[in-house]
Design a protein around this ligand. Structure first.
Ligand code: UDP
Length: 361
């Protein structure tokens, strides 16, 4: 079986790393399975791309489509045009896409129109929020997927509700957590750890990059100032996403507790997460990682496509208002962390299950 694996953005790189390892393991065991790795070039900053390939030992891509930035449609169209050429030149039996970025949807459409089967890893998750480009990407991708690999039974249920054939839905667990378990003994403190006098539990990690939080400059500044004042005696480490950085521009925020740092590589970032007091974020992936590491996570969104991080894990859905964050954070300081667990099958073996299933197809 010849698989084309597509990755375009930071969270994708984290998800494909263990899938490639699982394929290579099967190759060593004598199975006839090969892959071609295509990087669409959606994320191209060293901090968001190369660092992840190096740290997670992901092989150099066989092709880089170098599409770079653009509006939603310009980027999606550019990926489709380039990926069609790529797939015609290098045909395969299956195109495997992960997550919910534009590359996921664009490459699934191209594959399907060339009559190539599509596997979607992290299928079926839904926020119900059609203002999120990711939600549109999820729905379109799943409408043409042949093999659905899900992280939760609720994602599988969503697919059934949408009319997917239950025989094609495979609840396998979470590949992002495979990467976490595979690298926990390699995580390391960033170079600024001593400089900012960080210790276990004396700082908070903040990440924000979703349009609802960052696209309006004034509200973003108010939110950052409010969080800075709310925290009091703890430092806030804020690895700033390029999208957010571009909106803040040269503004002098005069924040007392917040330290702005570059987006972190995976190994430094996971060290920071594992040792922090709590996380404030609008990332979906981080709410999964904090769940597994048992770190309280406050998600600045009105909805989540990962409900198990709330019902089982450590995630608290805040909404986007500072007032609500203040209220929920004060409750947490007063009552301490609520009991939490790890969702079913988030055990580090999802990628092996995926490849096992694909080999029987
Ligand atoms: N991440 C990282 N360094 C950072 C911020 C994030 O390594 O400075 C990792 C982290 O593992 C996270 C993943 O990137 O789960 C995806 O983050 P992002 O917020 O970009 O995407 P989302 O999960 O919202 O799709």
């Amino acid at each position: 079986m010849k698989i084309t694996i597509v990755a375009g953005a930071r969270p994708n790189f984290i998800k494909i790393a263990p899938i490639i390892k699982a394929i290579e393991k099967k190759q060593r065991e004598g199975n006839t399975i090969s892959y071609r790795l295509v990087h669409t070039g959606q994320h191209y900053d060293k901090n968001l791309s190369d660092t992840f390939f190096e740290e997670l030992n992901i092989p150099h891509p066989d092709a880089n489509l170098e599409v770079k930035s653009g509006s939603q449609s310009v980027q999606t169209a550019a990926i489709m045009i380039a990926f069609e050429q790529e797939l015609i030149k290098n045909p395969s039996d299956l195109v495997l896409v992960v997550g919910d970025v534009n590359s996921t949807m664009a490459c699934a459409i191209v594959a399907k129109k060339l009559n190539i089967k599509v596997a979607h890893v992290e299928a079926g998750i839904r926020s119900g929020d059609m203002t999120m480009p990711e939600e549109i990407n999820r729905i379109v991708t799943d409408s043409i997927t042949d093999y659905f690999f899900t992280t939760s039974t609720s994602a599988s249920q969503n697919l059934i509700q949408y009319g997917a054939n239950p025989n094609n839905i495979h609840f396998v667990g979470n590949v992002m957590i495979d990467t976490l378990y595979q690298n926990l003994d390699r995580i390391s403190a960033p170079s600024f750890w001593n400089e900012f006098q960080l210790n276990k539990g004396n700082y908070i990690i903040l990440t924000l990059h979703r349009p609802a939080n960052v696209d309006e400059e004034h509200s973003l500044i108010q939110l950052l100032k409010g969080i800075d004042e709310m925290i009091g005696n703890k430092k806030i480490i804020f690895p700033i996403h390029p999208r957010t950085k571009a909106i803040l521009g040269e503004n002098d925020l005069a924040l007392r507790n917040t330290v702005l740092v570059e987006p972190q590589g995976y190994l430094n970032f996971m060290f920071l997460i594992k040792n922090c007091f709590a996380v404030i974020t609008d990332s979906g992936g981080i709410s999964e990682e904090t769940t597994v590491l048992g770190i309280p996570c406050f998600t600045m969104r009105d909805n989540t496509e990962r409900p198990e991080t709330q019902t089982v894990g450590t995630n608290t859905l805040v909404g986007t208002s500072l007032e609500n964050l203040k209220k929920l954070f004060a409750e947490f300081l007063q009552n301490g962390q609520r009991p939490a667990g790890i969702p079913e099958l988030w055990d580090g073996k999802a990628s092996e299950r995926i490849i096992e299933i694909l080999l029987t197809k």
